[in-house]
Design a protein around this ligand. Structure first.
Ligand SMILES: Cc1cc2nc3c(=O)[nH]c(=O)nc-3n(C[C@H](O)[C@H](O)[C@H](O)COP(=O)(O)O)c2cc1C
Length: 176
């Protein structure tokens, strides 16, 4: 069984990215379990002085979750052409650890825009030595309200697309 950790970069209650990662968890193919990380909003702002023995509990929990995962999935919005601060903060807690090194990672997209954030996130994660998978599933949910988001994510073609994307990511992980 592959354990995948999915992180949404949005803290919005009606987040389309959070809905997408929840749907990925729901539609995991056989042999894969997707757990959604829900601690982003609790993480203190990264400070290198607070590493080592002083590492805050919530940051240790994130580091442990990434270390224990066979792969991670990230779906995030774009804010002012950048990666949202909360997500970048979470990644910063992982920079000087082994957690990210060679860890398979897949980006997923809930918006057909966000091209700057996609490129920046890929650059950041490659720099951190994540093994970035080439496929990036996209389901266009930009600007949709929760009921419509739910019905789009339940469309058979989208369920299949999510399952196929996860299965392909799982193959990538197993082939390493
Ligand atoms: C403060 C702010 C800045 C944004 N800046 C951009 C941007 O530069 N480019 C873009 O494509 N979308 C931008 N957006 C739109 C969000 O990226 C988009 O609505 C995203 O899908 C929201 O994700 P969520 O539903 O998971 O919260 C911005 C949204 C906010 C709230």
């Amino acid at each position: 069984m592959l354990n995948l950790l999915a992180i949404s970069g949005s803290l919005r209650a009606a987040s389309t990215n959070s809905a997408l990662v929840a749907a990925l968890a729901l539609n995991a193919p056989e042999g894969c379990r997707v757990t959604v990380y829900d601690g982003l909003g609790r993480l203190p702002i990264f400070n290198p002085d607070d590493e080592g023995e002083r590492t805050p509990r919530d940051a240790s929990d994130l580091i442990d979750a990434v270390t224990g995962a066979d792969g991670i999935i990230v779906s995030c919005p774009e804010y002012a052409h950048g990666v949202p601060g909360g997500l970048k903060n979470a990644l910063d807690w992982l920079v000087s650890r082994d957690a990210a090194v060679a860890k398979p990672a897949m980006l997923a997209h809930a918006s057909p825009r966000s091209l700057y954030a996609r490129a920046a996130l890929a650059e950041i994660m490659r720099t951190m030595s994540f093994a970035l998978y080439d496929g990036e599933p996209e389901i266009a949910l930009l600007g949709k309200k929760p009921p419509e988001v739910a019905s789009i994510l339940a469309e058979p073609a989208n369920v299949l697309a999510m399952r196929d994307a996860l299965a392909a990511f799982a193959d990538f992980i197993r082939s390493r």
